[in-house]
Design a binder for this molecule. Structure first.
Ligand code: 10D
Ligand code: SF4
Length: 327
């Protein structure tokens, strides 16, 4: 039988994995555990990644869905996806100490919603129904916000005054699909106002740009990420749209199906914004053991953004540092 000598390779997309908002949120939980000791309560998964949540649970974090589940006087951290103002009020009523790990780029969208609502605009929020971020943003101005869940939802939209309408969006959507939704909305409302700056964040955009480039040359694209991670799931859709032969979302290497490699020469690999690099390393190892040891990095854009820790932690950190100086 002739030897199979054709080259097998992995195209590893960059940027991939942790964005600045996820990095900040995960460090906030770790820092709080260190600073105050366990248990530290976290409302909702701090980021949508099973491995991250399990790792923090092992260190003493307790994940809950509602602040009402947190005992009085305890510390609760709000997840990177953001919360509605009512959740802050609930925490105050429950006498909880709060640390807000909402990504600053999600907070930016909240502020836009508050501002346009105060000017009495109808706000069309493009996003996925039931997603934590959309629930939080909608809670800022429930009487002014209408959710638009993709292009097919545009026909259902009703507004008070078609001359006074603005669109905003969830931060982790597909850029192309969102533009399609906006195009359809503009056909219905020609004077539709756009957000002052992109609501789909830099990290979401960069990961989609990179996966597009990788997908165009790949027979198979693997995206490491959890199923409830919007930005990770969008990367699979973007890869398929950009020409990947097939694409799958896997939590880790154990979920990769060997049969997906049949006839495959080039595997594209990336990970969502909530995914630690150790899981990508595991996928690379798994692929290398099956003849895909040759790895090329594809990096159309680079990233250098970092966010400072939530102010509640910085405040206490400063007090701690000052006390040490006095001692
Ligand atoms: O589902 P998702 O993409 O919004 O969240 P994930 O936790 O996977 O990634 C980080 C994105 C956040 C916190 C939304 F901005
Ligand atoms: Fe922030 Fe974007 Fe990361 Fe979400 S994906 S946490 S908006 S940087």
């Amino acid at each position: 039988m002739a030897e199979d000598t054709e080259r097998r390779r992995v195209l590893l997309a960059a940027p991939r994995g942790y964005c600045a908002g996820v990095d900040r949120a995960v460090i906030a939980v770790e820092q709080a555990l260190e600073q105050y000791g366990p248990p530290i309560y976290v409302r909702h998964e701090i980021v949508h990644n099973k491995y991250v949540v399990r790792t923090l649970e092992k260190k003493g974090a307790i994940f809950v869905e509602e602040t009402s589940e947190v005992p009085e006087g305890e510390i609760v951290i709000f997840s990177a996806h953001g919360v509605a103002p009512e959740v802050h009020r609930e925490a105050e009523r429950g006498r909880l100490a709060t640390i807000d790990a909402t990504c600053p780029l999600v907070t930016k969208v909240h502020k836009e919603a508050v501002r346009f609502a105060s000017q009495d605009y109808d706000i069309l929020l493009i996003g996925h129904d039931g997603h934590e971020e959309v629930i939080g943003t909608s809670g800022e101005a429930p009487d002014h916000i209408t959710l638009v869940d993709g292009p097919d939802d545009v026909a259902n939209v009703e507004v008070r005054d078609p001359e006074k309408v603005v669109w905003l969006s969830q931060t982790t959507l597909s850029v192309d699909e969102t533009m399609e939704t906006v195009g359809a909305l503009k056909e219905r409302f020609p004077n539709l106002l756009s957000p002052p700056s992109d609501d789909i964040c830099y990290a979401t955009q960069n990961r989609q740009t990179a996966i597009k480039q990788v997908a165009a040359e790949s027979d198979l694209v693997l995206v490491v990420g959890s199923k409830n991670s919007s930005n990770s799931a969008r990367m699979v859709e973007v890869a398929l749209g950009a020409g990947a032969g097939a694409s799958y979302l896997v939590d880790n290497a154990s979920e990769i199906d060997e049969s997906w490699l049949a006839g495959v020469r080039t595997v594209g690999l990336s990970s969502g914004a909530s995914v630690p690099e150790v899981l990508v390393d595991g996928a690379l190892e798994w692929l290398a053991e099956r003849g895909f040891a040759d790895v090329e990095i594809v990096q159309p854009v680079s990233e250098h953004i970092q966010f400072s820790l939530p102010k509640e932690l910085r405040r206490d950190l400063r007090a701690e540092a000052a006390a040490k100086l006095e001692a």
